[in-house]
Design a protein around this ligand. Structure first.
Ligand SMILES: [Zn+2]
Ligand SMILES: [Zn+2]
Length: 87
């Protein structure tokens, strides 16, 4: 996996945290940002958007609708980006 580990793991999922340890301890209670959101801010189904302005699912939906407004197919954009990254 990319990035360096600092021997520090998320309290929620127990996987390594690669970012700044102080930031994660001070702001996200020793969790990944996504884990913090799901634990404290995101009630209900994790696959559905919640009312929090920073919700990851909501952000993805907003980006998708903006791409459609601009005349792009969000799925095609993602697939092209993934091909460019991994092929
Ligand atoms: Zn986590
Ligand atoms: Zn959410």
């Amino acid at each position: 996996m990319a990035g360096t580990t600092n021997g520090y793991s998320c309290r929620r999922c127990l996987r390594p945290i690669h970012g700044d340890r102080g930031l994660h301890e001070d702001i996200f209670e020793g969790m990944h940002l996504l884990c913090f959101h799901l634990e404290f801010e995101h009630p209900g189904d994790p696959d559905l958007p919640c009312d929090d302005p920073g919700c990851f699912v909501r952000r993805e939906q907003i980006l998708g609708s903006k791409l459609r407004e601009l005349g792009h197919d969000p799925q095609a954009v993602i697939e092209a980006a993934i091909r460019a990254e991994f092929d």
